[in-house]
Write a protein that binds this ligand. Structure first.
Ligand code: FAE
Length: 530
């Protein structure tokens, strides 16, 4: 496990740049001490998609950037030679300060499959917000470390409805293609997908859906599929074919530490404080002050830090950025924020469900962890885009067809601060439309294939897991809390660059859209605000 103490502090040059002569403490502090305010020109909170794009665009425009990340940097191998834990036999690297792993698929045939682990700054966090649990990546790279890499384009009609202020043509002809290119989006070769044992689950899932008259969409992604083919032939070290994904991929996946963040850091203008969690923001003159606290690897808070900046980019994800803004408003540090702050939050209509296949419909004992197809039933009365998901358990065919559904549920919710804690006004009933939409599609397959749902997978005796999301969206929405690009209304120099901008739904997996929106904002910032 890496020690956060070993992560370099921002360079003197980075800290000094743009300091406008303020007296700042620039000595490298020991972690046990609180440092004086660090003066930076551009401060970015969070290192996922929004943060990585902001850092890259600022750095390549010649500007110094400092980043805060509450997780650690994932660059050291453990005793097993891996950086990240596999899903099977997951260990302390898997889960953010938990005593057990916290998989959404938590039981099988009545047995709890979540494992006891040592508390540690693991890479996947499950943030409990009452009736809703939000999964997020923790570490340099944010959600890009833990996600399935699926990068489908959103539909024009969904974007036009959800983000009405956007120039749709520019978004589809400039920003989505740029995001695809910079993220390294590629597609699996049909020949490999259609022949390899690793994608039996996709072939069976697709064939059954087609038999029920449903349409299958190929889904591109950021896992390097040429690399995966080498994994399959034994020419490359395995990652997707070794049960790695939601606790990180050692190889193959182009997370943002391989793309945007790597390029940003290569400029020499970007520094990152890890294990450092921003708490509150206070407007100070023409800039902002951020109070943060530092954790050690046991989770203890060991230091406070203060940063001052000219420009502040919030990229802590939908939950993190919304929380920062709401807490800062409650503490009086930020005023003039829109009354829409915290609103228009949604889980992208997520629900998870499994079907029990008969013995003549195998899903395969060996499964790649990277999904490559979805059932596209968006143009129905019950809009749903249902990812055909793997369930890799190391050689045993469980005959379970697993799905993660993105549905067109219209329900939106709202974050609030209550006694200093973030709350979400989501109730169990709010998930009902999403379940109904996913069920409408999957019932068609069950009817056609004479199959049933699995009721033993989520620890609740229910077929549909509706208490979590992988795709939290909203809280500081474009055109409401910010201008039409991401500049926070009433607070010059304060920006939102992440999933908080999207009002609860994109209709497909969201990171491509988040990246494209961040690129669009940063075009404006570089052209007008620097
Ligand atoms: P995000 O990537 O979450 O980055 C936020 C960063 O900020 C994190 O590193 C946090 O640790 C850090 N942070 C938060 N609060 C603070 C604070 N106060 N101080 C300092 N640092 C802080 O935000 N999406 C897809 O499009 N395709 C997929 O296949 C897919 N699969 C997924 C699978 C899983 C298991 C999960 C959890 C998510 C998946 N997603 C997928 C969602 C996707 O990863 C997510 O939408 C993006 O990562 C969100 O990007 P943001 O930049 O908004």
């Amino acid at each position: 496990m890496s020690n956060p103490l070993s992560v370099p502090r921002p360079s003197r040059r980075a800290l000094l740049a743009g300091a406008a002569g303020a007296a700042v403490a620039l000595s490298t502090p020991r972690i046990a001490e609180a440092s004086g305010p660090s003066q930076v020109e551009n401060l970015v909170i969070g290192t996922g998609y929004g943060g990585a794009v902001a850092a890259y665009r600022l750095a390549t425009a010649g500007r110094p950037v400092h980043m805060l990340e509450m997780g650690k940097r994932w660059n050291r191998r453990g005793l097993d030679g891996r950086i990240f834990s596999r899903m099977l036999g997951a260990d302390h690297r898997s889960t953010w300060f938990g005593n057990r792993t916290a998989l959404p698929l938590s039981t099988m045939l009545g047995l709890n499959i979540n494992l006891p682990i040592l508390r540690s700054p693991g890479v996947l966090d499950r943030v409990n917000l009452g009736a809703m649990n939000v999964y997020v990546g923790r570490g340099v790279g944010g959600g890009s470390l833990v996600n399935g890499g699926m990068a489908p384009r959103p539909r024009r009609d969904v974007i036009a409805r959800e983000l009405p202020g956007l120039d749709i043509d520019a978004f589809f002809t400039t920003y989505l293609p740029r995001a695809e290119s910079r993220l390294g989006v590629n597609s699996i070769s049909p020949a490999f997908r259609d022949s390899t044992p690793w994608y039996q689950f996709t072939r069976t899932g697709s064939a059954d859906a087609r038999a029920a008259g449903l349409r299958i969409a190929d889904v591109p992604g950021v896992y390097d599929f040429a690399y995966m083919e080498q994994e399959a032939t034994g020419q490359a070290r395995r990652s997707a074919l070794d049960g790695q994904v939601i606790y990180g991929n050692d190889h193959g996946k182009r997370d943002v530490t391989k793309t945007y963040l790597a390029w940003a850091e290569a400029t020499g203008r970007v520094s990152i404080d890890t294990m450092t969690e921003a708490l509150t923001i206070t407007r100070r003159g023409a800039g902002y002050e951020v109070q943060a606290r530092v954790r050690d690897v046991t989770g203890r808070f060991v230091a406070n830090r203060t940063y001052r900046c000219q420009r502040l980019f919030l990229a802590a994800g939908s939950t993190g950025s919304s929380e920062l803004l709401l807490r800062s408003r409650a503490a009086g540090g930020l005023t003039d924020l829109s009354g829409d702050l915290g609103k228009f939050w949604g889980p992208n209509g997520n629900v998870m469900v499994g079907r029990a296949n008969p013995l003549h419909r195998p899903t395969g004992g060996f499964q790649s962890t990277i999904p490559v197809a979805g059932i596209d039933n968006w143009d129905s009365k019950n809009p749903a885009f249902i990812e055909i998901a793997p369930l890799p358990v190391g050689g045993i065919d469980l005959f379970i067809q697993l799905y993660l559904a993105v549905t067109g549920s219209p329900v939106r919710s709202q974050f609030e601060m209550s006694d200093g804690r973030l709350t979400l006004a989501w109730t169990r009933a709010d998930s009902a439309p999403a379940i109904a939409m996913a069920k409408a599609t999957l019932d068609q397959i069950n009817r056609r294939m004479f199959t049933l749902y699995r009721y033993d997978l989520f620890g609740t005796g229910r077929a549909f897991s509706d208490d979590f999301t992988y795709h939290p969206l909203g809280g500081a929405v474009l055109g409401k809390v910010t201008d039409n690009y991401g500049r926070v209304h009433g607070n010059p120099g304060l920006y939102v660059t992440d999933g908080a901008l999207i009002p609860g739904l994109v209709g497909v997996n969201p990171f491509l859209t988040i990246t494209a929106l961040a690129e669009r904002l940063m075009d404006q910032v570089v052209a007008r605000d620097l």
